[in-house]
Design a protein. Structure first.
Length: 246
């Protein structure tokens, strides 16, 4: 009987130790229930983009919602590509209409993709407009809309699709709004979704805080402006390496 009592006592002690161990395991926090550190919390969802909506009262169709006055609120988005459609040094005499022919500044995050290298320029009210090589040859209807857009090179459409991806919204900027409006019209004509295309207007009127200055101050010893073109994110197109369509 004494041996039986000892055996039963050992069984009871073993049961107590097992129960305590199980309770300790169950009471410890698991990976699923542990709080996520604040540093790993999900980033806030960006403000949804309104559909592109040109202002019918603006001669260039600048967007009603996203434009040069509001652009600082819409920078640094992964769902947008940013394009400045000006030439670094434009032969057109934009100074005669209160603008600048030289690209003295842009906005942070914008890639410079000159419209005159993309497609034929329509008649514009400034002298010496660029008339050199470009990717597409355009003709226009009497009302100023595009009638035809033919590629000059085998690579023309490939370049356009890479510079203006269809799966993202595209913010188009220039000096006064003209080149941006021409680009938007061309992309729509070639099949891009109009609701994803925004003419944000002209950088000449930009008063925000994200300007990227391309003119270095002070001037050089001779009093000439120093152009820091190396600061610009620039899309260089070497037409001599492309294959013309005969």
């Amino acid at each position: 009987m004494k041996k039986l009592a000892v055996f039963l006592s050992l069984v009871l002690l073993l049961a107590l130790f097992t129960a305590c161990g199980t309770e300790a395991v169950n009471s410890s926090p698991s990976a699923e229930t542990s709080p996520v550190p604040s540093s790993e919390a999900a980033a806030p969802t960006p403000t949804p983009l309104p559909a592109g909506e040109p202002d019918i009262n603006n001669e260039f169709g600048v967007d009603k919602n996203i434009n040069i006055e509001t652009i600082d609120n819409w920078l640094n988005r992964d769902d947008v590509v940013y394009r400045d459609m000006r030439m670094l040094f434009d032969p057109a005499q934009f100074g005669d209409i209160g603008g600048e022919a030289d690209l003295t500044r842009t906005i942070e995050g914008f890639k410079v993709v000159p419209y005159p290298y993309i497609a034929t320029l329509p008649p514009i009210p400034v002298g010496n407009a660029y008339s050199g090589e470009c990717l597409f040859r355009l003709t226009w209807n009497e009302d100023g809309t595009i009638a035809t857009a033919d590629p000059n090179y085998e690579e023309s459409m490939m370049i356009l699709e890479e510079l203006f991806p269809k799966n993202k919204a595209i913010f188009l900027m220039c000096g006064g709004g003209g080149y941006a409006g021409m680009t938007r019209a061309l992309l729509i004509f070639l099949g891009w979704d109009a609701s994803k295309l925004y003419n944000i207007g002209g950088n000449w009127g930009y008063k925000g805080t994200h300007s990227l200055e391309l003119v270095v101050s002070p001037e050089d010893a001779a009093g000439n402006s120093i152009y820091a073109t190396w600061r610009a994110d620039y899309a260089y197109i070497d037409f001599s390496r492309l294959h013309p369509i005969s």
